[in-house]
Write a protein of this length. Structure first.
Length: 188
């Protein structure tokens, strides 16, 4: 009984003094969702080792793509979709000119595409900088920013990313599901 009381006392002190209790993990304001598609799943996983943020990963047997949506938080003049290829098996290609987003089932937009690395998230810089074009052979951890020079998504908006025509494995198109971006239910 004495040992049990000591253990409980230690846990109370640990939680109160050292913050040993786990904090809730943050989620992106706008999440990625897919409709059920054979061979594909959308999973939420930790963005890094500290697991301070949960992000979305589109997975198949041969590919894992980290997909994140970010609004321009300051002026709300643009949005960006980050596509990072975490796992790539076989010979995969990503044709940047075949990527589209449809907003609210109406307007279809084509992005300007940049490498995730060394790209400033500044409206004027992205407007003035030339877009990457053509078909890219994918390697593990290849990352692209899809920049849309359009007002940021509001709480009721939905954007649908179509990379089906842009993504091939061994020269054949793969049935990649449409990725729906909308406000995370936990953020409402």
């Amino acid at each position: 009984m004495k040992n049990c009381l000591l253990a409980v006392s230690f846990l109370i002190v640990c939680s109160a003094v050292f913050g040993c209790a786990s904090a809730p993990i943050a989620q992106k304001e706008i999440g990625a969702f897919i409709e059920p598609t054979p061979g594909w799943t959308m999973v939420k996983k930790c963005a890094d080792e500290e697991c301070a943020l949960m992000v979305d990963f589109l997975k198949s047997n041969s590919t894992t793509i980290r997909i994140e949506f970010d609004n321009d938080r300051q002026a709300k003049q643009f949005f960006i979709i980050r596509t990072e290829f975490i796992t790539v098996r076989n010979q995969c290609r990503y044709n940047l000119s075949d990527i589209t987003v449809q907003l609210n089932h109406r307007d279809t937009l084509k992005p300007k595409v940049f490498s995730c690395y060394y790209t400033l998230w500044d409206l004027q810089s992205m407007r003035n900088r030339p877009s990457l074009e053509g078909s890219m052979l994918l390697n593990k951890e290849e990352c692209y920013l899809l920049f849309f020079d359009h007002a940021a998504l509001s709480d009721n908006d939905e954007a649908v990313l179509n990379i089906n025509d842009a993504f091939t494995i061994l020269g054949s198109h793969v049935d990649v599901p449409l990725v729906h971006f909308k406000k995370n239910p936990s953020m409402r």
